[in-house]
Design a protein around this ligand. Structure first.
Ligand SMILES: [Fe+2]
Length: 192
């Protein structure tokens, strides 16, 4: 590997690595991920904004290699639910990950394969250890972009399918100005 390939600059405001294309997820890419379907359809009728973008630094796929992603979630809500990432397990379930907050304020929803959930705060100058066997989703609970890095094994892989099928069991919503993680089913009952 050439030494010139070992370093990337990143832009904390934009949430991108220099010289890399970023993947953009718009509201229309997130069909089925927000709990309030009526609010989702209404928001989509009004436009198709960018919800988040991800840029990756993948210098090697050799055994033992690491990858790094930088992501930016825009501020916004669908109904009471904050803008979020799709979330995923790692294809290699045992692979852990560090999330490092660079700007903004948000939370991570961590959910074990057995359905145990916790909400952990992610903001600038904070770092979160995501254990293996744990689905993870990031949520922007602030009014500015949430920008963070994720550092993970090159062998981790991303399994979005399991979450796409059943979604997370909890939602993070703004109830009277307070960020609350509640059961998806309980939240859906409040909408009925
Ligand atoms: Fe991950």
């Amino acid at each position: 590997m050439r030494f010139s390939e070992l370093m990337r600059e990143f832009d904390v405001e934009e949430g991108t690595f220099s010289g890399d294309d970023c993947s953009v997820r718009r509201l229309s890419d997130l069909q089925g991920y927000f709990a309030d379907e009526a609010a989702y359809e209404a928001a989509l009728e009004a436009g198709d904004p960018i919800v988040y973008s991800v840029s990756a630094f993948t210098p090697s796929n050799d055994e033992g290699a690491l990858h790094c992603a930088i992501a930016r979630i825009e501020p916004g809500r669908i109904g009471c639910e904050w803008y979020l990432t799709k979330g995923h397990f790692h294809a290699w379930r045992a692979a852990a990950e560090f999330y490092i907050g660079l700007g903004g304020e948000g939370v991570m929803v961590l959910e074990s394969e057995h359905g145990e959930s916790q909400m952990v705060y992610l903001k600038a100058n904070s770092i979160i250890y995501v254990p293996g066997y744990t689905a993870h989703r990031t949520v922007n609970t602030g009014d500015v972009p949430l920008v963070y890095l994720g550092v993970y094994s090159a062998a981790a892989g991303h399994d979005y399918g399991a979450i796409a099928q059943r979604n997370f069991l909890k939602v993070v919503v703004d109830f009277d100005g307070k960020n609350t993680m509640i059961d998806r089913e309980v939240f859906l009952e409040t909408l009925a």
